[in-house]
Structures are given as structure tokens and as C-alpha cells.
Design a protein around this ligand. Structure first.
Ligand code: FVH
Length: 288
């Protein structure tokens, strides 16, 4: 039997989510501020809601996928009591303060709230490579779990609604660190003539090899012990870090991506932790 679900927000991601729900046999109602963006989904069998209130009335589960929480607040500004008893799954990227504010407001209106982080690009939705983080009302998650599985693997993190949003930001931070590092490295290599394609066979296996250090880093971080069995101490690494910044400048590359790492390393050295592993940089990030 098909279950109904409403999607509010049909940008690149919202349209992919709606498509995956249609493909898995759900009765999908869609609303978008710019109505024309719904046309392709209507042609695939979705129902068009004329208003946000119409989308809310159509289903017990509402999925929001908008640019930011300001858009979420605007879209839900006038919902009132109509949202009581509904499950709101908010897949919009946001900050913990924004999550708490919307969760409290919807709770006050009698809705069940799930916050979420989508760890996928639109073409990955509905494939085994997509995973989506959820936190908030556990009963609401259990009830909607089967429908939400259309998006990819679901990871429920706990009752506190901010868990998914902060984990999302943390994972995106790791991604931007990786991409930022890759772009800086490629700019540096490019300054002496390598094209990105020529540099790729060097940088790709290097990054893959460095990823294997993460379990050891995790152990050091959790124990707070960055001094045991040190292989590559920070004093030694800080020479390379400072050289990267200085060489970038002299080769005409903006060192902006690497400067914060240099600053954190100097802070750690000044505190007397030069013989520790570089995992100890996390203590400087934590303000210790
Ligand atoms: N696309 C991606 O790769 C990432 C993957 C990880 C998760 N993100 C998050 O998903 C949210 C939406 O992203 P998106 O890619 O769908 O974004 P757009 O294609 O730019 O569509 C934006 C939709 O938001 C609507 N919208 C914006 N402002 C308002 C507003 N004030 N009132 C009502 N709707 C609003 C916009 O409507 P329209 O411009 O078509 O009328 C689109 O439906 C986002 O949080 C990502 O971080 C995607």
C-alpha cells in the first residue's frame, strides 16, 4: 500500500528526494516556491500542492529541503495548529541554534521533529552510496524509517535534534579540509608546471595512504595521549608546514588554506608539545 509524504523544496536535492520517493511507490505531494520546478515531478506522478498548507494537509510526514533555516522559518511561518501530529523531517543544512529554535517551535505546535544531514549529492540519492543522518523524535523516526530508506542508508543518532546537524557540519568540515588541501596542493604543483591531471597519480594514492592514520589518531584523541609511540613529531612537521606557507607565497599561491594549520602548530609548540604526534593539534583547536 502506498504511503503519502509531502516534500517542500524542490531544488537539486529536494527534487532528487521526491524522485526517489516516487520510485519506491510513495504517494508524493510536492510544493516549491517557484511552482515550475515541480513540473517534471508532476509528470512522474507526484501531486502538486497549491500552498504549504495544502502540502501539510496531504501527508503525515513532511520533508523540508531548502537553502537554509531562514527559508524554513519563512515557509513554516503561518502553519499554526495545522502541523499538530505531523512528522517534520528537516533536511536543510543548519546550525545547532537554528535547529533548537525550529524544534522548540514545532514541538510547541504539537509536531514531531526530526533534523537531518544528507551525506550525498543529488545523483547519489536512492543509491547505496547515499547516507542520511537523523536525530530527534525516535518514535517519529521509527514510523517514517521505511519511507526515508528511499533516500539511502539512514543513521539515527539520538533524541537530541542537534546531533544530526552537528555531525553533518563535522563531516562537511572533513570534506572541505580534504578538497581545500587538494586544491592548495594542486595550485602549488601547478606553479612549477604540473597540470592537475599530471599531479593526480601522486596526490590520490598519497591521500589514500594518509587516511590509514585516522584510527591511530582517533585513539590518541580519545585517550588524550599524543605522546606515546610518536612517529612524526610536531616539531619536525612544523618545519614542513612553515615551508609550505613560505613557498606558496614565493610561488604566487595564496597560503590562506595552510596558514591556520601553521598558527595551530605554533601554538602547540609554544605550549611545549613539539615532541607529540600532530594529532595533538586538536587540543589547540579545542582552545587548550
Ligand atoms: N545539492 C547538494 O549537493 C547538497 C548535498 C548535501 C545536502 N545539501 C543541502 O540540501 C539543501 C537544499 O539544497 P539544494 O541543492 O536542493 O539547493 P537549491 O537547488 O539551491 O534549492 C534551494 C531550494 O530552497 C528553496 N528556497 C530558498 N529560499 C526560499 C525561501 N525563502 N522560501 C521558500 N523556498 C526557498 C528554493 O526554492 P526556489 O528558488 O526554487 O523557489 C529551492 O527549492 C541545502 O540545505 C543544502 O545544504 C544539498
Amino acid at each position: 500500500m502506498s504511503r503519502s509524504i509531502s516534500i517542500i523544496g524542490l531544488g537539486a536535492m529536494g527534487a532528487a528526494l521526491a524522485g526517489a520517493l516516487i520510485d519506491t511507490g510513495n504517494a508524493v505531494t510536492v510544493w516549491n516556491r517557484t511552482p515550475a520546478r515541480a513540473d517534471a515531478l508532476i509528470a512522474r506522478g507526484a501531486r502538486r500542492a497549491a500552498t504549504v498548507a495544502d502540502a501539510i494537509a496531504a501527508s503525515d510526514v513532511l520533508v523540508l529541503c531548502l537553502t537554509d533555516y531562514a527559508a524554513v522559518e519563512t515557509t513554516l511561518a503561518d502553519v499554526g495548529a495545522a502541523i499538530a501530529g505531523k512528522t517534520v523531517v528537516n533536511l536543510t543544512n543548519g546550525r545547532p541554534d537554528e535547529v533548537r529554535a525550529i524544534a522548540a517551535r514545532l514541538d510547541g505546535l504539537g509536531a514531531r521533529y526530526l533534523d537531518s544531514g544528507i551525506m550525498a549529492t543529488p545523483p547519489m540519492i536512492g543509491t547505496p552510496h547515499a547516507f542520511v543522518l537523523y536525530s530527534g523524535d525516535s518514535a517519529a523516526f521509527r514510523d517514517a524509517e521505511e519511507q526515508l530508506a528511499a533516500f539511502g542508508q539512514s543513521h539515527y543518532l539520538g533524541e537530541d535534534p542537534v546531533l544530526a546537524a552537528v555531525s553533518d557540519l563535522a563531516l562537511l568540515s572533513a570534506m572541505y579540509g580534504l578538497f581545500g588541501g587538494y586544491l592548495h596542493a594542486t595550485a602549488l604543483a601547478g606553479s612549477v608546471g604540473f597540470t592537475a591531471k599530471q599531479f593526480l597519480p601522486l596526490v590520490e594514492p598519497w591521500l589514500a595512504a594518509m587516511m590509514t592514520a585516522l584510527p591511530d589518531y582517533a585513539e590518541r584523541i580519545d585517550s588524550g595521549d599524543h605522546a606515546r609511540d610518536v612517529m612524526s613529531n610536531l616539531q619536525m612537521q612544523s618545519v614542513a608546514i612553515t615551508n609550505i606557507v613560505a613557498a606558496s607565497r614565493s610561488l604566487g599561491i595564496d597560503p590562506a588554506f595552510m596558514e591556520p594549520i601553521e598558527r595551530l602548530a605554533k601554538k602547540r609548540l609554544a605550549a611545549g608539545f613539539g615532541s607529540d604526534e600532530a594529532s595533538g593539534l586538536i587540543e589547540a583547536m579545542r582552545g587548550k
